[in-house]
Design a binder for this molecule. Structure first.
Ligand code: HEC
Length: 131
């Protein structure tokens, strides 16, 4: 019974948080992961550093196929990318040490920040891609 009440309160709090910010429940957790694992290169505003680290604003990688996006964090990227007419040749290091939860949170965060709007990434989706 106590558990049920606690779950009920949690659901209400999460709903309230969502209604208040219009952001997914794990948005704040994702922001924390972003600050540590992504911000040094992609910057707080997601604009990156021109010619070095690409922006995360409305790119096909951020908004597109979730499996590909999850693999970017798990495996990094080696091949050069052209984004907004600029070429990025420095590889991105993989971060497989992040937990499935942290990856789900951070990808949900970037898909709903910097002017982006896209569906959440779930722990189950990350787990499936990691295999
Ligand atoms: C050490 C710097 C560095 C860190 C840390 C880093 N990235 Fe990247 N990221 C890059 C670079 C450089 C590229 C371009 C790679 C290429 O061109 O091969 C890139 C590319 C990307 C792309 C695809 C291109 C785009 O702009 O949409 C995504 C998405 C991405 N990173 C997300 C993340 C996320 C999420 C994190 C944190 C979990 C992260 N990155 C951490 C440097 C970094």
């Amino acid at each position: 019974m106590k558990k049920l009440v606690a779950t009920g309160i949690l659901v209400i709090l999460c709903t309230a948080a969502f209604l208040q910010t219009g952001k997914p429940a794990n948005y704040e957790a994702g922001k924390k992961v972003y600050t540590q694992a992504c911000m040094p290169c992609h910057m707080a505003d997601g604009k990156g550093i021109s010619g070095m680290n690409p922006p995360l604003i409305k790119t096909e990688w951020v908004l597109g196929d979730k499996k590909r996006l999850i693999n970017i964090v798990l495996k990094g990227i080696e091949e050069p990318l052209t984004i907004d007419g600029e070429e990025y040749v420095i590889p991105m290091p993989a971060q497989p040490q992040l937990t499935n939860q942290q990856i789900a949170d951070v990808l949900t965060y970037i898909r709903n920040s910097f002017g982006n709007k896209a569906s959440v990434v779930t722990v189950a989706e990350v787990k499936k891609v990691r295999g």
